[in-house]
Design a protein around this ligand. Structure first.
Ligand SMILES: NC(=O)c1ccc[n+]([C@@H]2O[C@H](COP(=O)([O-])OP(=O)(O)OC[C@H]3O[C@@H](n4cnc5c(N)ncnc54)[C@H](OP(=O)(O)O)[C@@H]3O)[C@@H](O)[C@H]2O)c1
Length: 315
């Protein structure tokens, strides 16, 4: 179609980007087409996107020239970084800078930057309620994204800052779901006390991004936070119990215990949950399920997500 406006999607074979690619392809009336960026155009996931109708383009976020080529002539871009591939905030920062440069070079009309809070605004490095990590961060994978916002504004890009939420999919893929204790009973372990955790189906992030692109200029220059629901650990445990048909209790551990669990990223995630716990009002306040629903009418609640995914949760 000659008059479709194409959106270049970074991370197209992943959770956020994949949701956006599928949302665009399912809605040809919106007038958008999609460029799915991947390092490997021959992977199974890339081929599946091509079969759905995406233009699949090779690009590596460590290679700015490849991003410039992939963005050339596009209308917009979805920009996301992949902290858990390398655990390096500096690398994430450099990749975001490259995305902003490529967007400027291509003269894009709308860029969505998938970002998170720089928690150091709330917890300065000398605040010892949580440890400083990697010398200059409190929550490295949050701080580096928030810090990178300026790359987009410095270049005067037409940007929307998209504040994402905890993926409920982490209960499947990230080992965060209910686990059996020594008593054989299932428990959901989170260091959130009785505070609410904004969460959502990962697929819904891309669908919300699609909604933002469809609104034209309405969200340019704005920050929009999305989530499906804000739930306490006890509420999520109750929903698990109902859905799985077996009792799941909520095991609220202190953040320092969670930081000591020893898996890669445990300290980062321990600080992250503590930040969400201690600054619940600001964190939940920045993410509005009603706004998310207005962008994506198919937005899932936790019960919706569980009914579709309960059999995929490793117990
Ligand atoms: N898990 C959560 O709850 C959560 C919540 C909010 C935000 N986040 C943030 O989400 C981000 C990750 O997004 P995601 O979950 O959508 O990622 P994902 O599902 O892990 O997908 C990663 C995709 O990124 C692509 N990729 C990796 N390195 C690349 C590179 N150098 N150049 C180009 N593409 C590359 C890979 O595609 P190819 O192999 O095809 O190249 C891969 O399919 C993280 O930074 C994380 O902090 C996570």
């Amino acid at each position: 179609m000659a008059d479709t406006r194409s959106i270049a999607v970074i991370g197209a074979t992943g959770a956020q980007g994949g949701g956006l690619v599928r949302a665009i392809l399912k809605d040809p009336e919106s007038g958008f087409s999609v460029r799915a960026l991947t390092r490997n155009v021959n992977s199974e996931k890339a081929k599946a996107l091509a079969e759905l109708g995406a233009e699949v383009i090779a690009a590596d976020v460590d290679d700015v020239e490849s991003l410039k080529r992939a963005f050339e002539g596009a209308y917009g871009a979805y920009c996301v970084t992949f902290f858990w591939e390398h655990f390096s905030p500096e690398k994430e920062n450099a990749q975001a800078a490259g995305m902003a440069q490529a967007a400027k070079h291509a003269g894009l009309q709308h860029v969505i930057w998938s970002t998170l809070e720089d928690t150091r605004r709330w917890v300065p490095l000398d605040d010892d309620r949580m440890p400083t990590l990697m010398e200059k961060y409190k929550v490295p994978h949050f701080d580096s994204k928030g810090e990178a916002n300026h790359f987009f504004t410095d270049l005067g890009l037409p940007v929307t800052f998209l504040l994402t939420s905890f993926y409920w999919d982490n209960f499947i893929h990230f080992g965060m779901g209910p686990k059996k204790g020594s008593d054989g009973k299932l428990a959901l372990t989170l260091p959130m006390d009785d505070k609410k955790l904004p969460g959502m189906a990962a697929e819904d992030i891309g669908k919300c991004a699609h909604g933002i692109f469809k609104k034209g200029g309405d969200y340019i220059g704005k920050t929009v936070g999305v989530s499906g629901e804000h739930l306490t650990g006890a509420e999520m445990a109750a929903a698990f119990s109902k859905s799985l048909g077996q009792q799941v209790s909520y095991n609220a551990v202190p953040p320092q215990v969670y930081r000591g669990f020893g898996f890669p990223g445990a300290e980062d995630l321990g600080n992250m949950f503590q930040f969400k716990r201690d600054f619940q009002e600001a964190f939940c306040g920045a993410r509005n399920p009603e706004v998310a629903k207005s962008l994506n009418p198919e937005l899932k609640t936790f019960d919706d997500w569980l009914s579709e995914n309960k059999d995929r949760i490793p117990l």
